[in-house]
Write a protein that binds this ligand. Structure first.
Ligand SMILES: [Zn+2]
Length: 286
């Protein structure tokens, strides 16, 4: 595989040759930063854990050099920080038994630049070789520019491939903004009841981001538990952890489906849900 940046890396935890390692992929997740995969795509990681027939591959778009740094890491240079974040991502890939972990090493501004085709071309190459059934990326209503930039490039990469090489499904997942606001019929729910220990381990290796006081590990586990409890007001909890996805598949099935109206329709269904309830319960001011 030849990526645009010579510093891009592919790490294969079990040491298989790269193309072979990628070709076994069934579940492919693509995120902006190191640790996003473990926050947003824990369900497919766990689904593939200890399986010979299901394999998770992760792709991280950015180099991590601009990461915030505190505590132990506060005097680290950008390059030292980049290395720490690569190392942490590889630790997660070992714990989660990923088929492969790709790090494309782009500075964030490349991902936020809608006209830059290089990351999209790299992604198309990965998707072609990995040929996953299921894909995961950031949701299009996320509030972090690099996350949304990543999701747009993932969609563009899939659309550039012939239909037979596209995944069956693609989901936009939760990091910077959860998806609890979506109406229930729009929610794709991923059950995260099992392997809480592994979920914690996968989040916990990203020490450089957590130790400065941002407890992404606790916040993410809390969100999963909150999603599970607040999904239904009636009846007892059927799961102990849930994460939500927005089904982005219509965007890859047909290039005629436009991104902005597609997301806005989800927001409108939420807006109608709120308004309908108020009307039904006797609000007189509408
Ligand atoms: Zn991120």
């Amino acid at each position: 595989m030849h990526f645009h940046l010579p510093t891009a890396e592919i790490f294969v935890p079990d040491g298989l040759p790269v193309e072979q390692a990628l070709a076994r992929t069934t579940h492919l997740a693509i995120s902006a930063h190191q640790d996003d995969l473990e926050i947003m795509a824990a369900a497919p990681i766990l689904q593939c854990f200890q399986r010979q027939d299901l394999w998770f591959t992760g792709v991280v778009m950015t180099d991590g050099s601009g990461s915030p740094r505190e505590d132990l890491y506060k005097d680290y240079t950008d390059e030292a920080m980049r290395q720490v974040r690569f190392k942490e991502q590889k630790k997660a890939a070992i714990i989660g038994e990923y088929a492969a972990q790709v790090m494309l090493d782009y500075p964030s501004q490349f991902i936020r630049d809608g006209s830059d085709q290089q990351p999209t071309e790299d992604l198309a190459q990965i998707i072609k070789v990995a040929h996953p059934q299921f894909m995961y990326t950031h949701n299009l209503a996320d509030k972090h520019d690099t996350h949304v930039g990543t999701a747009l490039k993932v969609i563009a990469a899939i659309r550039s491939l012939p239909e037979a090489e596209r995944p069956q499904k693609i989901y936009g997942c939760e990091v910077w903004r959860d998806l609890d606001w979506m109406v229930d019929s729009d929610k794709v729910s991923f059950d995260l009841t099992s392997h809480e220990n592994l979920q914690l381990a996968l989040l916990g290796v990203f020490d450089s981001q957590i130790c400065g006081g941002k407890r992404y590990d606790l916040a993410t586990m809390g969100r999963r538990r909150a999603n599970a409890t607040y999904l239904e007001s009636h009846g007892v909890d059927t799961t102990l952890g849930l994460s939500y996805g927005m089904d982005l598949t219509p965007l890859i099935l047909s290039p005629q489906v436009e991104t902005i109206p597609f997301v806005q329709e989800h927001i409108q269904r939420f807006a109608h849900d709120v308004a309908n309830r108020l009307t039904r319960l006797g609000s007189r001011d509408m």
